[in-house]
Design a protein around this ligand. Structure first.
Ligand code: NAP
Length: 240
């Protein structure tokens, strides 16, 4: 089969690796990072030009199955995948890692959006792990101090009292503990991305509260939690 994987995640790369020998795979990256970790197989980079562009790509490349393996917060791309898959009559599979669940000792406060997280803050020293594109939501909070970790440097607008840490995970619990202590962090702000939970373990151990931003709604389509489950599904996709 010809499989198009909408990627930009660890799971997408893992799926490309798992199925490269079985199917013709094209992985698609948005092109947000200058030095992306490239998956096995064919790779294309950049937006498709909306739903119509993606539908045209599916038809032009004669794609048999579309896999949305984007980050759980890439809501626009996921909506486009549903619409374009429908328009081009290409079955869609969503590969989405599960969100996190709190354990005893966690002090989590769930919020619906980055804006709500920003509205909750007041005079704290904040560790922001929500991605460089969210920093604008925290600009203007001059009473807070921020440590923001991102892969690429952020661009204005961003908070005035800000230290940027350029780094790409995975991180160990010890790394995270050290950061929380060195910067005397009062609160951690994170998206409910799922995956490695080292920062959450460190926050629990150090009694640091967490503002946990809920995931956007998920489109209705068959969904699997792991690359291995996606590879198994692709061996028996639904008949058109
Ligand atoms: P988004 O807001 O949902 O998508 C905005 C636009 O970017 C889409 O309409 C599409 O442009 C293009 N796009 C997004 N993902 C693409 C892909 N895999 N291939 C080709 N075009 C893509 O997306 P986002 O939240 O900015 O995320 C962009 C990428 O970064 C995704 O691949 C995602 O997996 C990855 N990522 C996101 C986050 C996050 O927190 N949002 C975190 C880690 C990684 P067109 O309309 O022109 O097709």
């Amino acid at each position: 089969m010809r499989v198009l994987i909408l990627g930009g995640t660890t799971e997408a790369r893992e799926l490309a690796r798992l199925i490269a020998g079985e199917h013709r795979v094209i992985s698609s990256l948005a092109g947000r990072t200058g030095t992306p970790r490239l998956p096995d197989g064919e790779v294309r980079v950049g937006g498709f030009g909306g739903v119509d562009g993606l539908a045209a790509f599916l038809a032009g490349e004669r794609i048999d199955v579309l896999v949305d393996a984007t980050h759980p917060f890439a809501a626009t791309m996921s909506e486009h995948a549903v619409a374009a898959g429908g328009a081009a009559a290409v079955p869609l599979l969503i590969l989405r890692r599960p969100g996190w669940t709190a354990s005893p000792g966690d002090d989590w406060h769930r919020v619906a959006s980055v804006a709500e997280a920003a509205a909750t803050l007041n005079r704290e020293r904040v560790f922001l792990t929500t991605g460089r594109q969210t920093l604008r939501a925290f600009a203007g909070l001059d009473d807070c101090w921020f440590l923001a970790r991102s892969v690429e440097p952020p661009e204005p607008p961003m908070p005035r009292r800000l230290e940027v840490l350029l780094a790409r995970g995975p991180f160990t619990v010890e790394d995270e503990r050290r950061l929380l202590a060195e910067h005397r962090i009062d609160v951690l702000v994170t998206k409910d991305s799922g995956g490695s939970d080292a920062k959450l373990v460190a926050a629990r151990e150090m009694a640091v509260p967490v503002l946990m931003i809920d995931r956007p709604g998920r489109p209705a389509a068959p969904t699997v939690p792991t690359a291995a489950a996606a590879a198994a599904w692709l061996r028996r996709p639904p008949r058109p």
